[in-house]
Design a protein around this ligand. Structure first.
Ligand SMILES: Nc1ncnc2c1ncn2[C@@H]1O[C@H](COP(=O)(O)OP(=O)(O)O)[C@@H](O)[C@H]1O
Ligand SMILES: [Mg+2]
Length: 322
């Protein structure tokens, strides 16, 4: 198979074998503990966060590897699957602690009232509650701290970092719907780690007593930021901070080799040098872009000649001011 046998733009259906994914685009996502190459100083920052039981705040450009750090740490320290909380301007702290589907609950109660045959036992509130990623990370009872990624916290509403800080300082939260509930003990579903590697006890519901959850051991938390905004000093002073540095040619070459699982041929090594030179000139480029370009360059089924040069040019376009 070759490049031109995929889409041709003729509207004529034809049989073709579609390409296999690059290793970093295969699903379900494979954990890649050996692919990530920690930049200088990162291991110390991670260990400081582990040692001091503080969250690690990683700042850096898009595609600098911020969201990937926690995967390697969780794998190496056997923290199980990573709980993920992706922040947007609509994210709230309550959502990260627990979710209560009030409408669904009311609807079910109405049906039960109108159809006595389908009446269900009292206390079914558990069906409509689920702990969020932060709520699950704070649960006691795991033999090891859970790993929690709070991704792109700089995209949050202004108050969220301070609200979050309060929960992280006190390590306790309440579910008001359960504080007032007639039953003292309610089994609540947990948030699931993204890669389905939860331990059996981490998939079972957690018994919340009197609507209160008290953390016994601080989770390992990585927060990431693209640096789109400043954080308040009280927030910063409670985090361990690390800025992702620019990678050198050598470091970047070993990152790419780890991903493509082979030594780079000379033209791909040149591409890495060009990439570093562009970044040094002030262009904003992400490692993902380089991986895409190298894949096109070294794969037998990729484009060739001028077509390939043009595509690589497109792939390595500046991310800012575009
Ligand atoms: N130091 C590194 N070692 C290995 N891969 C890296 C490194 N930095 C970035 N990458 C790769 O670049 C891609 C983007 O990384 P990601 O963690 O999503 O970046 P960010 O969260 O900073 O935007 C991923 O495929 C990741 O594996
Ligand atoms: Mg990211």
């Amino acid at each position: 198979m070759s490049w031109d046998t995929y889409y041709r733009g003729t509207g004529e259906p034809h049989d073709t074998r579609l390409p296999d994914p690059p290793p970093w685009r295969a699903f379900p996502r494979r954990p890649s503990p050996h692919t990530f190459q920690p930049p200088e100083g990162l291991t110390d920052a991670v260990n400081a966060a582990v040692f001091l039981h503080r969250p690690l705040l990683i700042t850096g450009a898009a595609g600098s590897g911020k969201s990937t750090v926690i995967e390697q740490v969780a794998d190496e320290l056997r923290l199980g699957s990573v709980l993920r909380w992706h922040i947007t301007s609509r994210s709230t702290l309550t959502d990260a602690l627990y979710r209560y589907d009030a409408l669904g609950h009311i609807h079910t109660l109405r049906i039960a009232q109108s159809e006595p045959r389908r009446r269900r036992k009292q206390g079914d509130i558990a069906d409509f509650l689920q702990l969020g990623p932060l709520g699950t990370a704070l649960l006691p009872g795991s033999p090891r701290p859970r790993a929690l990624l709070i991704d792109e916290i700089d995209k949050s509403d202004l108050d969220l970092p301070s609200d979050l800080l309060d929960v992280l300082e006190r390590g306790v939260f309440e579910i008001p719907e359960l504080v007032r509930h007639s039953e003292r003990r309610v089994q609540v579903r947990r948030w699931r780690g993204g890669d389905g590697r939860d331990e059996p006890q981490e998939s079972r519901p957690y018994e919340v007593v009197d609507g209160r959850v008290q953390c016994h051991r601080f989770p390992f938390i990585v927060m990431t930021s693209n640096g789109e905004r400043e954080f308040p000093a009280p927030f910063l002073r409670r985090c361990i901070r690390y800025d992702m540095p620019r990678l050198s040619v050598e470091a970047l070459q070993s990152v790419v080799e780890a991903h493509v699982e082979r030594a780079l041929p000379p033209d791909a090594a040149d591409l890495v040098k060009q990439f570093v030179a562009k970044v040094a000139r002030g262009e904003t480029l992400a490692v993902d872009q380089l991986l895409n370009a190298v894949k096109l360059l070294i794969d037998d089924q990729g484009p060739t000649g001028e077509q390939r040069e043009r595509l690589i040019g497109y792939l390595l376009r500046n991310l800012s001011g575009a």
